[in-house]
Design a protein around this ligand. Structure first.
Ligand code: SF4
Ligand code: ZN
Length: 302
């Protein structure tokens, strides 16, 4: 067994991009330090803020909730879970979300697709064979998370998106030739009370390390994947990036860091194509009628 690169005790994990072996204590220390550094680097939190945590019940959002609680800052935390209605998946992660909130004493709000959009996702999927499930799911979930966070009185919405997710989003936007979307992905153009600012404190934390953190910190999570994942464009990009990371450790960091380097230039170029508000529902939208309202018509017509 290799020894920890810091203290020479038995290592439990090898970090390929830094070529370090770490014991449990030093891995957790590195993880927590990077979390706090990211919060400072991007000025993500202010004392006294009310923070809504988008809590899916998966490892990323559960680890995020624990990490925020552990900061011991004067923050007012509330968790928001969206129940899309995906059989054999969401019931289990919803249970995890409820349990973690109870354990940590966090207020928990659950919004479901049926009440808000008229149908659960499984039903929508049955009625629409043309579009992939994620295209509906993404639109409705984003809309509801913003609405849920705003109605909960939150100043910010913290998402569990990790380094892998962000690197995938950057590559997806490039592959789809959507630089204007990429420009507003991390820092939105609108500053309006209707739009709750999203923050991603795990932006620089690899997914694998969040999984290891959950095991070491005994955060019980459901390691279950959405059955619709295989349809997603993201799944292909994920596999390409994982392959690259294996051959060239540090690739995901380089993709995200490159994006952060050019983010200002992208924003300067695309400010005019920023978000406005939907004519129908008044929610933030890049188009005259937001995707949620367009989809709602379709569900009703289904
Ligand atoms: Fe929704 Fe697609 Fe994610 Fe499943 S994989 S939760 S359908 S976005
Ligand atoms: Zn050590």
């Amino acid at each position: 067994m290799d020894s920890c690169s810091v203290c020479k005790k038995e290592a439990v994990v090898f970090i390929p991009y830094s070529k370090k072996h770490l014991c449990e204590i030093h891995f957790i220390e590195m993880f927590d330090r990077r979390f706090r550094k990211t919060l400072r680097e991007f000025s993500l939190l202010k004392k006294g803020e009310r923070i809504a945590v988008g809590l899916s019940g998966g490892k990323d959002s559960c680890a995020l909730l624990h990490s925020l609680v552990q900061l011991n800052l004067p923050l007012d935390l509330v968790a928001v879970t969206i129940n899309e209605g995906i059989a054999n998946y969401r019931e289990k992660t919803l249970e995890t979300a409820k349990r973690e909130c109870k354990k940590l004493g966090i207020e928990h709000i659950v919004l479901d697709f049926k009440n808000e959009a008229g149908m659960m996702l499984d039903e929508i999927v049955k009625n629409d064979s043309e579009n992939i499930p994620c295209s509906h799911c993404g639109v409705i979930r984003r809309y509801l998370l913003n609405k849920g966070a705003r109605e909960a009185g939150a100043d910010k919405l913290a998402l569990g998106h990790n380094l892998d997710d962000v690197a995938q989003t950057v590559m997806m936007n490039i592959m789809r030739n959507e630089p204007s979307r990429l420009a507003r992905f991390n820092t939105p153009f609108v500053n309006d009370r209707k739009f709750v600012q999203r923050i991603r404190p795990f932006l620089k934390t690899p997914e694998r390390e969040i999984a290891i953190y959950c095991i070491l910190k005994e955060i019980e999570i459901e390691s279950i994947e959405c059955p619709y994942t295989r349809f997603a464009f993201r799944a292909h990009v994920r596999s390409i990036l994982n392959n690259m990371e294996e051959r060239f450790p540090g690739t995901k960091f380089r993709v995200v860091n490159s994006f952060l380097e050019i983010e200002d230039a992208l924003q300067a170029k695309y400010t005019k194509t920023g978000l406005g508000f939907c004519r129908q529902c008044g929610e933030p939208s890049a188009n005259e009628i937001c995707m949620f309202c367009k989809n709602i018509k379709m569900y009703k017509g289904c």
